[in-house]
Design a protein around this ligand. Structure first.
Ligand code: ATP
Ligand code: MG
Length: 421
């Protein structure tokens, strides 16, 4: 679990701002659900025989009432719970997005943490392939707006339960014939959740898994036509994709379309975003049956990829550093600074360091002003202030031009100090 400190936190805010603006353009609305949910929600929703439920959940008993609770390992189950609890689909479908921390007890490594952050989008109540495509287009435009390149889109279709059942039988039969080559996880899952074996990260099993019966070959006409519908819209929009028949995703709740955005630049943690359709989850969680589709991206991985590709977020510097030579001018200076801030100018106040009497030398104040990255220093010298004025000094222009401005009309000249933040 990481502390996210400035200036790194500015990159997070920059990313979140981009996401908010994009979500607004796609008309997805923000939803905020608790980080703690009843354990049963995840066991029922994600599936008992999944990595998350079997070994990654932070679960505990509420000491006061004995309730079994879990720190959310993902947010879709919580969103669905909220949608059901508040009858949000009563008047039709809903498009929602969230951002926030998730918790999984994994082995920490680059791109894999125990508290990490996801941004996710969910469209609930819509059955058509155009909504799957809309969500994929939304993620695709996010990469573009962030300046990310080289992100590949992999698609697959998991079909419907009856198609998965036929495939499951063929898969078990095949895997039984190769039982000696299966690892412990796979042997345990052989009869409970064989599809999950295809999701293995064990290199020793790649060959068996590669030659296994493919779910996509078991799909019926309707599933195929849904899948073709998604692909056609992506094609029309010039979004490149490949079908990865081994893409199954980590939760049991998916059906039909599943997808991942992957990169080769983050080592083995190369999936930055994953999602798919989950038409049976709402009913599973106790709601009236309704279709849904969504994705979640890993914020740490996206930020890491941005770093890898040299994309820099604009630095957060104040517009102005307020230089205050003597404590006598503090009260007037602070009134002026307050008015500047109300007028939209970002101001970093000079404050006396501990142990000094007075405000510190002009030299040290200008050194701090320079280090702050501000475009201007405002010098509240006793002389200027007694004349009802302040000196504005350019810190970034070569010649350090300076001029006096009247305090009475701050609101009039304040906009000249404002960068376009
Ligand atoms: P992986 O196969 O890497 O374990 P996953 O299938 O478990 O990923 P999802 O549950 O689909 O991941 O979550 C969506 C995204 O959240 C992932 O694509 C990834 O970018 C990010 N993510 C998942 N687990 C972690 C983690 N422990 N630390 C950081 N990011 C994570
Ligand atoms: Mg995982």
């Amino acid at each position: 679990m990481n502390d996210i400190l400035p200036p790194e936190s500015a990159r997070w805010e920059w990313l979140e701002e981009k996401v908010r603006s994009l979500m607004a353009r796609y008309a997805y609305r923000n939803i905020r659900t608790p980080v703690v949910e009843p354990t049963a929600l995840f066991v029922r929703g994600l599936g008992e025989v999944t990595d998350i439920v079997e070994k990654e959940m932070y679960s505990f008993e509420d000491r006061l009432n004995g309730e079994q609770l879990t720190l959310r390992p993902e947010a879709t189950a919580g969103v669905v719970r909220a949608v059901v609890e508040h009858s949000m689909l009563y008047e039709g479908g809903k498009r929602l997005y969230y951002m926030g921390p998730m918790f999984r007890h994994e082995r920490p490594q680059r791109g894999r943490y125990r508290q990490f952050h996801q941004i996710g989008a969910e469209a609930l109540g819509f059955p058509g392939p155009e909504v799957d495509a809309e969500l994929i287009l939304l993620a695709d435009s996010l990469w573009r707006e962030l300046g990310l390149t080289g992100v590949r889109l992999e698609l697959n279709s998991l079909g419907e339960p009856h198609e998965r059942k036929a495939h499951r039988e063929a898969l078990i039969h095949y895997l039984e014939q190769h039982a000696a080559l299966l690892d412990e996880d796979a042997r345990r899952r052989l009869h409970t959740n064989p599809l999950r074996i295809l999701d293995t990260k064990n290199p020793a099993m790649q060959a068996i898994v590669d030659a296994a019966p493919r779910l996509i070959d078991f799909l019926g006409e309707e599933s195929i036509s849904h899948f073709e519908g998604v692909k056609a819209i992506l094609d029309a929009n010039g979004v490149r994709w490949t079908v990865n028949p081994r893409l199954v995703r980590g939760m049991d709740y998916y059906n039909l379309t599943v997808f991942e955005f992957v990169t080769d630049q983050l080592g083995s943690q190369g999936t930055i975003c994953g999602g798919g359709r989950y038409d049976y989850l709402i009913e599973q969680v106790g709601g009236k049956s309704a279709p849904a589709v969504g994705w979640a991206l890993g914020v740490e991985r996206v930020l890491e990829l941005l770093k890898e590709q040299g994309v820099v977020a604009p630095a957060l510097s104040p517009d102005v550093y307020a230089v205050i030579p003597s404590a006598a001018s503090l009260p007037l200076a602070m009134v002026a600074v307050q008015r500047l801030r109300c007028a939209g100018v970002s101001v970093q106040m000079h404050s006396a360091p501990p142990g000094s009497d007075g405000m510190g030398s002009m030299k040290s104040q200008f050194k701090k002003a320079d280090a702050s990255g501000a475009m201007y220093a405002l010098v509240f010298g006793d002389d200027e202030v007694s004349r009802g004025a302040v000196t504005v000094k350019a810190l970034r222009d070569g010649d350090g031009a300076q001029s006096e401005h009247p305090l009475a009309s701050i609101e009039q000249w304040a906009p000249n100090l404002q960068s376009n933040r």
